[in-house]
Design a protein around this ligand. Structure first.
Ligand code: NOJ
Length: 560
């Protein structure tokens, strides 16, 4: 089928993690008024959509991904009035607002769960997943993503409840029709306020295999693997099609589902436009590129050929059927310049190189706050400075098993989620201008060198490079819709491709590492003239048949 034009394909999305964005009232926690203060900054960058991580009422066991009231704004973040002002402020500036939809689980402080746990015959009992234990053990052997068992014993009714994430994030029972209609009503509530879409938290985990059988457990594993019984479960597409029918199809909005454990073939089931489910998903194949056999903390080196292979496979499988989302970091992932670039000698060059890739591949690019100034990972000395439940639980569980502190900290430095959650560095004043109070998490000590104020004062900064990439996307349709033709497939340093749409042709040349390498345009690619659209170095020579690429050099040409 032909590739339909859509606003959400043409847009660039900017993710805000509100807790760390900007504090307006000195309590050390970012808030809605803080975002409002910075709307002109976002407008200047040129983005078209904001994805706002959860701002709903929450006890913050997992920073808002544990929601206790889906229709109320978190007190630390502001009021409903602030929300209205924010939405209006965005719309006035031509920016759309995508909210986070977290409906695999609620907080254990949500009124449904409080009711549910109160007695076995409570009308909300079946909103969650309750089971009897087995001989004093949990109902099955599954582990939670945040360490420990996926089950928690609840004395009041002598049963266990299921939680894929923390013990304060009980999973909703999507088999229950009432749960689904509550969720759909809540979604309509937000759409009727005028929001423009949802990013759906772990949405491919909502349908569990009935019977919840034990998972495979290796000799050295503490828990069995429940993932095959929770990811892409038997009723997932039925649920999403129902949601689409009942809610999504009634509005001009965008959806992007977070979908761990999905390969491109499976992805097609979620995003094929003929199937009426979601517009895009976030894939994790690329995010797992440096994970060893024991998962995310088991770090292994990554290869550019694998990187290219993954990206091309996703592009090729979904081509003409569904749409890709493009991201290299978010609030759960380390900073991309530290992970895939070089955050020391070539921080600026490599941040621009990675951005060039993200904004010239086919799909909708997502910028994570701070990425646009090249913010880096953080190395706090001690675990006590870390705030993320995932890192803290992992550290506790593994230290108890005797794993040395150095090994654990190495994992956290490379992969810990707090890398992305240190406050945005606005200027070089105390606490990087994020707050007048004490920040809820320490700022990255490099804020005097890396901050928004400096970036805005320097025409060659990462910020202005992003601004230009975004503007080019608006100017050249080929950047959005053009087909991709890979060059240099087997090269371990160069990532190069052409994009083609009608009469427009683009050539992208990226040197992904710090060595100097030679690029020669294949002879069969003919052109009469070239125009350099963007590059991260000064370029004097434009002989495409022989270019000596400098460390992390990126160039984008229009071929005529
Ligand atoms: C994915 C979210 O991105 C992450 O931050 C959260 O901890 C889990 N889902 C649970 O909601």
């Amino acid at each position: 089928m032909v590739c339909m034009k859509r606003w959400w394909k043409e847009a660039v999305v900017y993710q805000i993690y509100p807790r760390s964005f900007k504090d307006s009232n000195g309590d050390g926690i970012g808030d809605l008024q803080g975002i409002i203060e910075k709307l002109d900054y976002l407008k200047k960058l040129g983005i078209g959509v904001v994805w706002l991580s959860p701002v709903y009422q929450s006890p913050n066991d997992d920073n808002g991904y544990d929601i206790s009231d889906y229709r109320a704004i978190m007190k630390e973040f502001g009021t409903e009035k602030d929300f209205e002002e924010l939405l209006q402020g965005m719309h006035q500036r031509g920016i759309k607002l995508v909210m986070d939809l977290v409906v695999n689980h609620t907080s254990d402080e949500h009124k449904w769960f409080i009711e549910s746990r109160s007695s076995k015959d409570n009308q909300f009992r079946d909103y969650y997943i309750w089971r009897n234990g087995k001989d004093g053990n949990p109902p099955n052997n599954w582990g939670s993503f945040f360490s420990g068992s996926a089950w928690k014993y609840d004395k009041a009714t002598d049963q266990y409840y299921f939680h894929l994430f923390s013990t304060k994030q009980p999973d909703l029972n999507w088999e229950n029709k009432k749960v689904r209609s509550e969720v759909y009503d809540m979604m309509k509530f937000w759409f009727d306020k005028g929001i423009d879409g949802f990013r759906m938290d772990v949405i491919n985990l909502i349908s569990k295999v009935p019977g919840l059988p034990d998972g495979e457990k290796g000799e050295n594993d503490l828990y069995g693997n429940g993932f095959p019984f929770t990811a892409n479960g038997p009723r997932i597409h039925e649920f999403l099609q129902e949601m689409n029918r009942e809610v999504l199809s009634k509005y001009d909005i965008m959806t992007v589902g977070e979908a761990p454990g999905v390969d491109p073939k499976t992805a097609e089931l979620y995003v094929n436009s003929d199937r009426n489910e979601l517009n895009m998903i976030f894939q994790f194949e690329l995010m797992d590129i440096d994970s060893g056999e024991h998962g995310k903390w088991d770090i292994k080196p990554w290869k550019l050929t694998t990187f290219k292979e993954i990206m091309f496979k996703w592009y090729d499988t979904l081509k003409g059927k569904g749409w890709n989302s493009l991201f290299l970091n978010n609030h759960d992932q380390p900073r991309m310049v530290s992970r895939f670039g070089n955050d020391k000698e070539y921080r600026v060059e490599s941040a621009k190189l990675l951005a060039t890739f993200l904004h010239t591949w086919q799909g909708t690019p997502y910028i994570y706050q701070g990425e646009e100034i090249g913010m880096t990972n953080v190395h706090f000395n001690d675990i006590s400075e870390y705030k993320d439940i995932e890192s803290i639980n992992m550290y506790k569980e593994m230290s108890a098993l005797g794993v040395p502190k150095e090994t654990l900290m190495k994992g956290i430095y490379a992969k810990g989620r707090d890398n992305a959650r240190t406050p945005i560095q606005w200027n070089s004043s105390e606490n990087a201008g994020f707050t007048d109070g004490k920040p809820w998490i320490n700022v990255n000590p490099n804020y005097k060198e890396i901050n928004v104020e400096r970036a805005l004062a320097d025409k060659s900064s990462v910020f202005y490079y992003y601004q230009k990439l975004i503007q080019l996307r608006k100017q050249y349709e080929v950047i959005v819709y053009g087909d991709i033709n890979m060059l240099y497939k087997d090269d371990e340093s160069i990532f190069a491709y052409t994009r083609n749409l009608n009469n427009e042709r683009l050539l992208v040349i990226l040197n992904f590492f710090d060595s100097k390498v030679e690029f020669n345009l294949p002879e069969d690619i003919e052109y009469k003239a070239t125009e350099l659209l963007i590059s991260n170095y000064q370029v004097e020579e434009h002989d495409l048949h022989s270019i000596r690429l400098r460390p992390y050099e990126a160039r984008v040409y229009l071929l005529k």
